[in-house]
Write a protein that binds this ligand. Sequence first.
Ligand SMILES: Nc1ncnc2c1ncn2[C@@H]1O[C@H](COP(=O)(O)OP(=O)(O)OP(=O)(O)O)[C@@H](O)[C@H]1O
Ligand SMILES: [Mg+2]
Length: 244
Amino acid sequence: MLELKNVSWTVEDERGAENDIINDISLTLDDKKLYVVTGPNGGGKSTLAKLIMGILRPTSGQILFNGTDITHLSITERAAMQIGYAFQAPPIFKGITVQQLLTIAAGDRKINPMQLLFDVGLCAGEYITREMDSGLSGGELKRIEIASILARDLKLALFDEPEAGIDLWSFQRLADTFGKIHRDLDTTLLIISHQERIMELADEIIVIENGRVRETTDKESFLNSLKLKESCGCGETCERGVSF
Ligand SMILES: Nc1ncnc2c1ncn2[C@@H]1O[C@H](COP(=O)(O)OP(=O)(O)OP(=O)(O)O)[C@@H](O)[C@H]1O
Ligand SMILES: [Mg+2]
């Protein structure tokens, strides 16, 4: 359903030297599968999601969605093709209520806003009439944004660290919701995550490091290899084990 062909994204640093943030990534995502993208901080995961959503355009390479070349399409055009992205740090939409945001996101689709809020671990009655302003906590805002993505009828849904800032109890509910979507709907899910609970839902784990795909593997092999390795966070193999 989604194909990345030799996609790179390069920025110039202050001295004019080129820095490959995404370096020649080729990937194929299949219909209805759940992919977890993981890897060290700064590896390029969010950048990859932004390239798929059209927030950034590749410096080189091609992105195909169901056979159509979308490399040069805008965010709006990709949204119309039913691609959606929940940001790592969600934006605030001032001047509307939570209910209005969910209704706008749903478009013509019939939704139950209370159920959507419940699905992301929020006590619906307390939030439905709240303004989408800075009075919402980081974890509340994050979950409302995830609910707004769930409100849409998407072919490809990208979630960037849905666990970030979310308490353990709500996270459990959210993970169950991802499992349910994967079971019941036709949406392809790409979830950037560091959480084992999310990885356990994956059909495939994609490890991104230094702007490249380090490996694509099944969750059993990945989780087993994690248990064998000790994380020291140094970024390189060292006496204590390996970094990831
Ligand atoms: N606009 C930009 N200009 C320069 N460097 C950038 C830009 N956007 C991202 N980067 C750099 O690209 C690298 C990858 O960033 P990205 O946000 O994709 O990482 P990530 O894998 O999502 O990390 P994390 O796990 O911390 O969320 C980082 O080193 C970041 O500083
Ligand atoms: Mg990120």
